[in-house]
Design a protein around this ligand. Sequence first.
Ligand code: FES
Length: 292
Amino acid sequence: MANYSFARSWQSQSISTRIMRLWLGITWIYGGWNKATDAGFLNPASPHYIGAQLQGYLATSPIHIILQKMIEHATQLGWLVMISEFAIGIAVLAGLALELAALGGFGMSVVLWLSATWAVKPYFLGSDTVYAVMWLALFFGVRQSYRGGRMAAIIPNLKDRREVMRLGAVAVAAIAASLAGSKFRAKNPTPEAGAAVATLAELPIGGTKNFQAADGSPAVVFRTAAGVFAYSRVCTHQGCIVNYDAGAHLLACPCHGAQFDPTKDGKVVAGPAPTPIAKIKVAIKGDKVVQI
Ligand code: FES
């Protein structure tokens, strides 16, 4: 990497390696940005807090003992994951420490597979296995691109000042992007507990209405003859947003098919979700439904 050239890092590689590099680099940066701009990812009160996600994987993951230990340090882990995703994505696009970045992406995908998508059946519906294979293919594709010439060391040469500076620039860019994301979080003021989520007029008996919960996450309220009740719409599997299927009377997740029964405390009735969907406390006050 001593004679680093951005253009050469692309030109020297096969088309298939370039395609994987482009896709994986952009996807990892997008993954980091998604977390950085998510107001709930580092907020322990949110249903999509990283600690809550880890908690949700415990029931099905073969590495649940490790995940259990990580929960205590969930916020620090969240920062680490976010910065690592940015750093790997930037390094892959820039062509810096490419093999190391590919191994990092491979490691992340394997951990995600063993935690988040282990319970997805059949396995090909979970994306982490595909990403693990793509990262491994990128690693070997890059190794092979050093045709007959020098085989770059996987671990960067930390005695080379310019190499250290370039890697330092990647780290600074990753941290800056993680911090910049917070500026784009929850632009709309989130309703406070006690704020109306619906009027009785817009929620007749038998009706449902989507609303934004006090922590900013999406939720849905139901009204029956017996009263009102509400659920988070954040799937307990991997955080996709569930929708109410009025025909089946179930909350259904579009990502991997989890279904929850709102008439049975949000119980899982199908799919890989490990725990019931979270309840949100609501009550009728006057002519309104409020979150309490
Ligand atoms: S996120 Fe996987 S089933 Fe909902």
